[in-house]
Design a binder for this molecule. Structure first.
Ligand code: AP5
Ligand code: MG
Length: 224
């Protein structure tokens, strides 16, 4: 079977992490979410975390060279030999170029960039109600996907909390950053014929179904 090298692109709160959790189970691929990697580094107080924290708290992007090193290392690892899911990377033109270069240096290429779209109003609703578990970051929504026991994770029982960057002002800024710095990548991948669009306002299962159907078609086309 050919490798499956996927990017999840989309505004904050569109459901990239929600869909990635399903795709990981569907395809058994390693999952690299730069936001999760950076939040773990902040928690560990590693050098990377110290450098990233001030940018993340404000909702700004961390510098390209910092994040590119982190991702290229993982894409070039043994576990990612048969493919990978990238969530939250690339987010700028230089990041997209760094990824293209790294992949072509390895004789590989992207399979598809999956754009999950949602309006600014929907993003605000989603992020204001998002709750994540303290231990593993399992994600819920107070209205759209509430846990069985209010305030606690269904999967590991740990306490649910709000992400530091889900404050109203920071959400607004993250949206501005998305429109200015990340949205141009939609055109970048469209021109390369890699972009596939999904309506992120549908239910998580519906979005997952659409993504799976698209990937199945892509694979059939590859085999022809
Ligand atoms: P990151 O963690 O990547 O945040 P983000 O892109 O802003 O996206 P989110 O994780 O907030 O949203 P999501 O799309 O994953 O939505 P989710 O599935 O959780 O980045 C954080 C920060 O790290 C950045 O601001 C930056 O500082 C730094 N960073 C990261 N990558 C970087 C890079 N490459 N370069 C530079 N800096 C970088 O869903 C949201 C909510 O909606 C949940 O509550 C969920 O339950 C609910 N929901 C999901 N799907 C649905 C649905 N279909 N219907 C109803 N509700 C839904
Ligand atoms: Mg996420």
């Amino acid at each position: 079977m050919s490798e499956l090298n996927l990017i999840l692109l989309g505004p904050p709160g569109a459901g990239k992490g929600t869909q990635a959790a399903r795709l990981r189970d569907d395809f058994d691929l390693p999952y690299y979410a730069t936001g999760d990697i950076l939040r773990a580094a902040v928690k560990e107080e590693s050098e990377l975390g110290e450098e990233a924290k001030s940018y993340m708290d404000k909702g700004d992007l961390v510098p390209d060279d910092l994040i590119c090193r982190v991702v290229v290392e993982r894409v070039d690892s043994e576990e990612a030999r048969d493919g990978f899911i990238l969530d939250g990377f690339p987010r700028t033109e230089p990041q997209a170029e760094a990824l293209d270069q790294a992949l072509s240096g390895l004789g590989r290429r992207l399979t598809a960039t999956l754009l999950i779209d949602a309006s600014d109003d929907e993003v605000i609703r989603r992020l204001s109600g998002r709750r994540v578990c303290k231990d593993k970051g399992h994600t819920y929504h107070v209205e759209f996907d509430p846990p069985k026991n209010e305030g606690f994770c269904d999967q590991d029982g740990s306490a649910l909390q709000q992400r530091d960057d889900d404050e109203p002002e920071t959400i607004k800024h993250r949206l501005e950053v998305f429109h200015k710095q990340t949205k141009p990548l939609v055109e970048h991948y469209e021109q390369e014929g890699l972009l596939r669009r999904f309506d992120g306002t549908r239910s998580p299962d519906e979005v997952n179904g659409h993504i799976r159907a698209t990937l199945a078609t892509l694979r059939l086309e590859e085999e022809l």
